[in-house]
Design a protein around this ligand. Structure first.
Ligand SMILES: Cc1cc2nc3c(=O)[nH]c(=O)nc-3n(C[C@H](O)[C@H](O)[C@H](O)COP(=O)(O)O)c2cc1C
Ligand code: SF4
Length: 449
């Protein structure tokens, strides 16, 4: 497929992160154009583009903006979510390090449309290079009048503050982020109220992802029809499907010949990404499985490579969704017991502990997988693990945030799609105890670091 990158168009230019290079390529002309329109018109433009959030949930962006209270007398805030902690996801980092002004332009337009006069760019602590480049880019914007009072002679004023995160996965969940920004532990809030009604400092707040805001720059520049000319249209038989439009950054990692970040219209299949862009599985090995969008999304088997990587594709293959569109390839040498042991360890470590099903469920899953891996597993453990997977999360309605759903899907997918391998491992490593049904002692408290 021939496709000219848009989001990554600048990244290979020398000094691509500077205002000089960005402006030379036409940068900030979209902002100037938007400032001549009313904020309401900009929201309508974004709504009509059908842009869906790139941070994981795929919520329609313009619709989210329109939830802000009308004629709100007090401040409205924007939170720019640069926490990017989903394993194997690095597209936001590339955008921030290599083209920070593309992000800032989209963010300023988003603030103009929503009426936000202050934006907080919450960046994960482990991104020092992106932090440095963003701060330099913000400083350049103040000097050139793209930030501060009366931007480019308009009556719109905006300040953007860079805020380094607290180095935890849960800081990326939008209300965990807000709590952390307020100086507290990043414990997600019960919703409703959603941030659009009550967010930072209990004021109306919009939270958007980095790639979402970069898309805003191009929608403002090229229009909604251009954006909708790419991707997968909405399913006419499904009134809840909002379609999957526009370009998307796919991160590709693991056992693949050419790992990297690839820009494509939404809807490319997982197989195409791995074979055509990633150059196939490394060392001439066979493919065993692939994570479709960060480990929270679950697993695709080698027979499921025709799965389209759009907002509804992975769901049709039993996965949670598209997530961050970060694909991790596993070749035939990977043990699913190892995969699940590692995955469960991550979620047990990252659960914030507020909700009992998530706090206890992720710990028990990890503890059981540790025991299985150590050759003390029982066949019964597989059903217990599935029971945990089926009962923790927002979807079954037992937790405050989606971290628990993210912990559940790898459990459910790995055991349901690779059950024979788990059973064979348990029989082989625990021949005398695999069919024990009475309780067994838990392993000692586990070291998670
Ligand atoms: C556990 C968890 C971690 C998350 N981490 C991130 C993250 O690092 N970056 C991000 O943009 N969204 C993350 N999200 C999604 C945010 O809560 C939110 O939906 C998103 O920032 C909204 O932006 P968007 O509409 O532009 O996608 C996370 C969600 C959960 C449940
Ligand atoms: S689901 Fe897990 S991470 Fe989310 S609030 Fe509850 S305990 Fe915390």
């Amino acid at each position: 497929m021939t496709f000219e990158p848009v989001l990554l168009a600048n990244i290979d230019k020398h000094d691509s992160h500077t205002l000089r290079v960005y402006e030379a390529g036409g940068g900030y002309s979209a902002l100037k154009k938007m400032l001549t329109q009313s904020p309401g018109d900009v929201i309508e433009l974004v709504k009509s583009s059908n842009l869906r959030g790139r941070g994981g949930a795929g919520f329609p962006c313009g619709l989210k903006w329109s939830f802000l209270p009308k004629d709100h007398p007090g401040p409205i805030y924007m939170c720019i979510n640069a926490d990017e902690s989903e394993p194997a996801t690095f597209n936001n980092r590339i955008l921030m390090e290599q083209d920070p002004h593309q992000l800032l332009e989209g963010s300023i337009i988003a603030c103009y449309a929503t009426g936000a006069s202050t934006a907080y760019l919450y960046i994960r602590y482990e991104y020092p290079r992106a932090t440095k480049r963003l701060q330099a880019a913000i400083d350049e914007c103040y000097e050139r009048g793209y930030l501060g009072k009366n931007i480019k002679g308009s009556d719109f004023s905006l300040d953007i503050y860079l805020h380094r995160g607290a180095a935890a996965y849960i800081c990326g969940e939008e209300t965990g982020l807000i709590e952390s920004l307020e100086g507290k532990r990043a414990w997600p809030r019960i919703k409703p109220p959603f941030p659009a009604v009550e967010g930072v400092f209990r004021k109306p707040t919009v939270v958007n992802n980095i790639e979402t805001l970069c898309c805003i720059t191009h929608i403002a520049d090229r229009g909604a029809e251009w954006f909708k000319s790419m991707g997968v249209p909405a399913d006419p038989d499904n009134p809840r499907d909002a379609g999957s439009y526009g370009p998307k950054l796919y991160c590709l990692s693991g056992h693949v010949n050419r790992p990297g970040c690839y820009e494509m219209p939404l809807g490319i299949t997982c197989g195409e990404l791995i074979e055509e862009y990633g150059g196939g599985v490394w060392k001439n090995h066979k493919l065993k499985a692939a994570v479709p969008g960060g480990i929270s999304m679950g697993l695709l088997t080698a027979d499921e490579m025709d799965c389209p990587l759009d907002f509804s594709g992975p769901g049709r293959y039993g996965c949670l969704g598209l997530g961050t569109a970060a694909v991790t390839v596993m070749d035939e040498t990977v043990s699913m017991v190892d995969f699940l042991h590692n995955t469960s360890r991550f979620f047990a470590h990252e659960s914030c502990g507020q909700c009992t099903p998530c706090r206890e469920g992720t710990q028990w899953a990890y503890s059981m997988l540790k025991r299985i891996k150590a050759g003390k597993g029982r066949l019964k453990d597989l059903d217990l693990l599935l029971e945990i997977g089926d009962t923790i999360g927002i979807m079954p309605g037992t937790t405050i945030c989606g971290l628990a759903d993210g912990a559940a899907w790898p459990l459910k997918n790995a055991i349901r799609k690779f059950r024979d391998e788990f059973e064979e491992y348990i029989r082989r490593t625990n021949p005398d105890g695999y069919d024990v049904t009475e309780p067994v002692a838990a392993l000692p408290v586990v070291e998670l670091h």
